[in-house]
Design a protein around this ligand. Structure first.
Ligand code: BTN
Length: 245
């Protein structure tokens, strides 16, 4: 299981950064959890800031040693998105996935996932699975962001204890990532059923230019297959700019 040892903090810059520091100090072990009540410099995909006000969410990183080739790291995102989406569905929330791994409820973001690798040369030493789940509304989120996000409490009408929720989510993440190692096809087909991006118009960047197309599929590496007017394009997560109608 994941979560032992647990490194818990009131405030951190980012749980991802703390995991990297622990690695350098040789304190990081398989399954370690790094958790903070607030992050001053929480990070999202594409270098974006991830607002992590005190007490407003679950902000954590799990470090583990995946038995996956490093070019398949994106599949950890896919499996983890499925685990969290299923968790929220089980709690009665109408959660869907937005490729690659945002979890939305009523088109608003409730959870984001950031997967990074720690490499020793070419060898993938650790996967750092960073998860942010919004639990409560907070005035410390910027005003314009508040229109685009939601929280567990706003959707469910209650907020479970953080400890209970964290241990349930950790168990789900662990189990889904185990299924991924044994049967990636099963996880991918589950992902496609939960993914609201398929069939939608998407905008993406390639070679400094912006293109649009319709999202048609997710391939065996977890990349988005997009049909444009004249080609089929395969997108890595950094290429997606926006999902339209
Ligand atoms: C995204 O949607 O862009 C990904 C957001 C990931 C946020 C989490 S919060 C815990 C961990 N620490 C970080 O700095 N980021 C991730």
């Amino acid at each position: 299981m994941w979560g032992k040892p647990s490194f818990c903090y009131e405030v951190l810059d980012s749980t991802q950064e703390e995991a990297k520091r622990l690695y350098k100090e040789r304190k990081l072990v398989d399954g370690a959890l790094i958790w903070a009540d607030a992050q001053m410099h929480g990070r999202g995909r594409r270098g974006r800031k991830w607002f992590s006000p005190k007490g407003a969410g679950l902000w954590f990183t799990v470090a583990f040693k995946p038995s996956l080739p490093s070019d398949k790291l994106q599949l950890v995102n896919i499996a983890s998105g499925v685990a969290i989406c299923n968790f929220l569905l089980r709690k009665g929330l109408k959660a869907v996935l937005k490729w690659p791994n945002d979890v939305l409820v009523r088109m608003k973001k409730i959870c984001g996932i950031l997967t990074e690798g720690i490499f020793n040369g070419k060898d993938l030493e650790f996967c750092l699975l960073g998860v942010g789940v919004n639990l409560k509304p907070s005035e410390d989120f910027p005003l314009e962001l508040r229109k685009e996000i939601t929280s567990f409490q706003e959707e469910a009408g209650y907020c479970p204890s953080k400890g209970d929720m964290l241990s349930e989510i950790l168990q789900d993440l662990y189990l889904k990532n185990r299924v991924l190692q044994e049967n990636p096809g099963e996880v991918l087909s589950e992902y496609k059923k939960l993914c609201g991006t398929l069939g939608k118009k998407v905008f993406f960047e390639k070679g400094g230019e912006i293109f649009e197309g319709i999202a048609r599929d997710v391939d065996e590496m977890g990349r988005l297959v997009v049909e444009t007017v004249d080609s089929l394009e395969v997108l890595s997560s950094e290429m997606l700019i926006k999902v339209g109608e």
